[in-house]
Design a protein around this ligand. Structure first.
Ligand SMILES: *Cc1c(COP(=O)(O)O)cnc(C)c1O
Ligand code: SF4
Length: 346
């Protein structure tokens, strides 16, 4: 806290001189993320055999990997668990029965653009259509983001829905990745949410602090700390290697700002489908001050069938995990079933 305020004290003169379009460091990192499948292969020492598949997968869902995440991948190892999450493959073209564009039928639950109200007491707001990383297994890989990237005027419709329904106690900022939105936009939105009397909690579902830890900067901590709401951040981390010192430092700043940190993972073939990998993930999460929340089985989104782990195997893994971890480090194994009133435990 002391370092933050002294940093702020040094700044006023310089800040006034800056044009409004100046990018913060995280925005520069985001702008410079790798978006070319061949470059991704080259940078990681993957030979030409991988290029064709990478380009075919990229044509379906574009590649996006920030440098800070790339740095945690072992070069020359096509089976690296972090690489598997971001490298496009030709397998994404496979048509598998039951794998569809909108597996969660979210399109049916949008009372206002950018607002999804499926569960009692909480609503999900699509605060940004973009992500800092494109995860190949993402259930929103076919999401019509253009229709769900509301302007401020459209936000008013979502806010009206929130204000009119006193049973809503929690606003969940989601996306895409909500933290890909600018701090000015987020500060505006959170101020409006603060003013809704029956709201108690602000929840943020994000992968940005993991893939670009610099996202947790003074500007973000400013609007977050200013909110009267109780704050929960649900991170998305699938493997222990994703948590480096920079991620731990970002988590520490969030905790200092009073944010409760939880994690959701997706169970993914050849990424984290072993008791060892899942146990190491839980242990590492706790070192970073994060508690495991959900372990999702894969949503059957077209293009991701090669990541699937069957339910029986998932249950066995979790039973094995229970033998090696304390109860508070156990994630809840769940599936999302369209039409159900909550995530469904397996
Ligand atoms: C997952 C989800 C939530 C949050 O569910 P929790 O069980 O509270 O984490 C809320 N709304 C929607 C639409 C969701 O998909
Ligand atoms: S960060 Fe989340 S929403 Fe974005 S691509 Fe990855 S899984 Fe999907």
């Amino acid at each position: 806290m002391i370092t933050r305020s002294s940093a702020l004290l040094q700044r006023p003169g310089r800040e006034e001189a800056q044009p409004l379009s100046i990018q913060s460091r995280w925005q520069t990192q985001l702008a410079r993320a790798i978006r070319d499948p061949r470059e991704l292969c080259r940078r990681l020492g993957l030979d030409e055999a991988w290029w064709v598949g990478a380009e075919r997968g990229h044509a379906l869902f574009e590649v996006r990997v920030p440098e800070a995440y790339l740095a945690r991948i072992r070069p020359g190892d096509p089976s690296d668990p972090l690489l598997r999450q971001v490298l496009p493959l030709a397998e994404e073209e496979l048509v598998a029965p039951g794998y569809v564009a909108d597996p969660l039928a979210e399109a049916e639950h949008a009372p206002a653009p950018g607002l999804i109200h499926k569960y009692a007491g909480r609503v999900l707001l699509i605060a940004s259509p973009a992500c800092a990383v494109n995860c190949r297994y993402c259930f929103r890989r076919h999401f019509p983001y253009e229709e769900n990237a509301p302007s401020r005027a459209q936000w008013e419709a979502s806010l009206e829905h929130l204000r009119e329904d006193a049973s809503i106690h929690e606003a969940i900022l989601s996306g895409g990745d909500p933290l890909a939105a600018s701090d000015r936009q987020l500060a505006w939105l959170v101020e409006r949410l603060d003013a809704v009397p029956h709201l108690r909690r602000l929840r943020i579902h994000t992968r940005l602090p993991v893939v670009i830890p610099e996202r947790i900067d003074d500007a973000l901590l400013g609007w977050l700390s200013a909110s009267r709401l109780q704050k929960v951040m649900v991170l998305h981390i699938n493997h222990a290697h994703e948590i480096d010192e920079a991620v731990i430092a970002a988590c520490r700043r969030l905790k200092d700002a009073g944010v409760t940190l939880l994690n959701q993972s997706v169970l993914l073939r050849e990424v984290n489908d072993s008791v060892e990998a899942l146990a190491a993930l839980s242990e590492r999460l706790f070192e970073a001050g994060i508690l495991p929340y959900y372990l999702h089985v894969l949503d059957p989104v077209a293009g991701a069938a090669h990541f699937d782990v069957p339910d029986d195997e998932a249950r066995e893994l979790v039973a094995g995990l229970r033998e090696v971890l304390p109860g508070f480090l156990m994630p809840r194994l769940v599936r999302e079933i369209p039409g159900e009133a909550s995530k469904t435990p397996l």
